[in-house]
Design a protein around this ligand. Structure first.
Ligand code: C2E
Ligand code: MG
Ligand code: MG
Ligand code: MG
Length: 285
């Protein structure tokens, strides 16, 4: 009986792996056509200065509206797009949209810095620097309004080439942030060599801030590291007033998270900025 049981179990396993493979192939195929079918859009999550309470910019986050499945999370489709290489075209579109939006906001008297996530595959493209500069030029967006978010792993997997490109971005005035800091495998030696201006504390350390002592210590360490290396620190995934208060009094300069706002459509973002700053003026009056 045990034997039959395990065999059934094995067959079940094979069937589900097979099913999963088919699902994945299907998703990959749909993803390949998604750009042409205009199924992508960006949402913008406000980034707030904890020093003066103002919104200084936004992180652009990609959304894929699948005709049958609805919204597919980026954590699911970005890795597929990286494998197939379609992230190069998709990433170029993201950059274009984000710069267009930032230029639009600036022309409406609402200058914002825009942060765009850059995949390792994109950074490996030989013409990535030219692509970024050309996009800024096309939208007449000053370079210091753009921030590129790279992870430690993105830089480490292609170290010399990546560092050289980050230097070229920096020389042009584009800002670089290390995303998900603390989750990758870089060392202080490499961090010292990376021409970056910002560290983003990964949300996994912020989630249990003040509840889990280790997470609190890790967050403190990143904030102190930022001070030592003269980098500004931004906390992601801030959800509660307690987290916001702690980070602010601990000297973390910037924050983003559901406590302030979820990622918003562009028009929602505009009204959020207006309301947020009106409220701030009221509170100060
Ligand atoms: P990320 O760059 O670290 O972005 C932060 C993620 O945290 C976003 O998830 C955001 O919606 C989510 N988040 C923001 N505030 C909170 C909060 O208070 N609590 C919690 N639990 N989560 C919060 P999202 O939008 O699902 O994106 C996931 C990841 O997908 C991003 O992580 C980034 O690595 C990648 N991604 C998104 N857009 C792009 C893109 O345009 N290009 C590339 N290459 N990657 C992207
Ligand atoms: Mg990011
Ligand atoms: Mg992050
Ligand atoms: Mg992340």
């Amino acid at each position: 009986l045990a034997k039959t049981g395990s065999r059934n179990c094995f067959q079940f396993y094979v069937a589900s792996v097979d099913q999963e493979m088919r699902e994945r192939k299907r998703l990959e195929k749909d993803l390949a056509g998604a750009l042409d079918k205009a199924q992508f859009h960006l949402v913008y999550q406000p980034q707030i200065s904890l020093e003066n309470g103002r919104i200084i910019g936004a992180e652009a986050l990609l959304r894929w509206e699948h005709p049958e499945r609805g919204l597919v999370p980026p954590d699911l489709f970005i890795p597929l797009a990286e494998l197939s290489g379609s992230i190069v075209d998709i990433g170029r579109w993201v950059l274009d949209q984000a710069c267009h939006q930032a230029a639009q906001w600036a022309s409406e008297g609402m200058p914002m810095r825009i942060a765009v996530n850059l995949s390792a595959v994109q950074l490996r493209q030989h013409d990535i620097v030219e692509t970024v500069l050309e996009t800024l030029e096309r939208h007449q967006l000053p370079a210091n309004r753009l921030e590129l978010e790279v992870t430690e792993t993105t830089v480490m997997t292609n170290l010399e080439d990546a560092i050289a490109k980050l230097h070229r971005f920096k020389r042009k005035g584009i800002q670089i942030a290390v995303d998900d800091f603390g989750t990758g495998y870089s060392s202080l030696t490499y961090l010292k060599r990376m021409p970056v201006q910002h560290l983003k504390i990964d949300k996994q350390f912020v989630r249990d801030l003040l509840i889990n002592e280790e997470d609190t210590r890790i967050a403190n360490t990143i904030i102190d590291l930022g001070k030592s290396l003269n980098l500004s620190v931004i906390a992601e995934g801030v959800e509660t007033p307690e987290q916001e208060h702690y980070l602010r009094q601990r000297g973390c300069q910037l924050a983003q998270g559901y406590f302030f706002s979820k990622p918003l459509q562009s028009q929602e973002f505009e009204s959020f900025v207006v309301k947020f700053h009106d409220k701030m003026i009221e509170n100060n009056a």
